[in-house]
Each structure stands twice: as structure tokens, then as C-alpha cells.
Ligand binder design. Structure first.
Ligand SMILES: [Zn+2]
Length: 112
């Protein structure tokens, strides 16, 4: 006996405004690892990644803006002080916002 209904689990193709949004999110994702300004502002940020409702999107690494659609590619060096500090700390092996704890030199006891 044939089923009364068939189920198709096919996601509809985005169209119109939805397609434009998907295209712009994909374009912004290409900026990850590069540099960008937020809208018309001149400060250049490092572009990082974030998970937004399970979708990987671009974001200013310092989180000054979390809207990927505001990011504009920039050719110049990163000028955002928070992004620069974040990269410096990451290069030093510390997580952003994490302070180094000074450990005093402790003499190692020698046997004998
Ligand atoms: Zn920044």
C-alpha cells in the first residue's frame, strides 16, 4: 500500500532578503583572521570567529561589535588597542584577560 503522504526533508533554498543575508554572512566569514573596521569607523580590528546559533560567524576579536554585517575589510594594520593587547597576551601564552601569576624562584633541595 502506498503512503498517503511523502515526507521530504529538504531545506528550502533561501530567496530574497534571506539569500542576501546568507551571502553577507558568508562574505563576513572570509574576514576571519584578517582585519576590518566596524561600519564607517576608522579603528581597525582583528577579526575573530564566534558561534551564533550554531553558525560560525565573523566578529571583532575584542567584541566591540558582535554584528558580522557591520564588518568592512581593512588593508591597514590593526589599530584597536584591545585587539592588539589580546594578540599580545595570546602570543605570550595567556588567555585574553588572564594575568600572569609571578612565581618566586624556589631552590630545589639536593640530596645529601
Ligand atoms: Zn578591536
Amino acid at each position: 500500500m502506498d503512503p498517503l503522504f511523502t515526507v521530504q526533508e529538504v531545506a528550502p533554498e533561501p530567496d530574497g532578503a534571506e539569500a542576501a543575508l546568507v551571502r553577507r554572512l558568508r562574505e563576513a566569514r572570509r574576514l576571519i583572521g584578517g582585519a576590518a573596521t566596524v561600519g564607517p569607523r576608522r579603528v581597525v580590528h582583528r577579526v575573530g570567529a564566534q558561534s551564533w546559533h550554531g553558525v560560525r560567524t565573523a566578529v571583532a576579536a575584542c567584541r566591540s561589535s558582535t554584528d558580522p554585517l557591520l564588518l568592512r575589510p581593512a588593508d591597514g594594520p590593526v589599530t584597536c588597542k584591545r585587539c592588539i593587547e589580546r594578540e599580545r597576551r595570546t602570543a605570550a601564552g595567556r588567555a585574553p584577560g588572564q594575568e600572569a601569576i609571578p612565581f618566586p624562584e624556589v631552590p630545589v633541595p639536593r640530596p645529601g
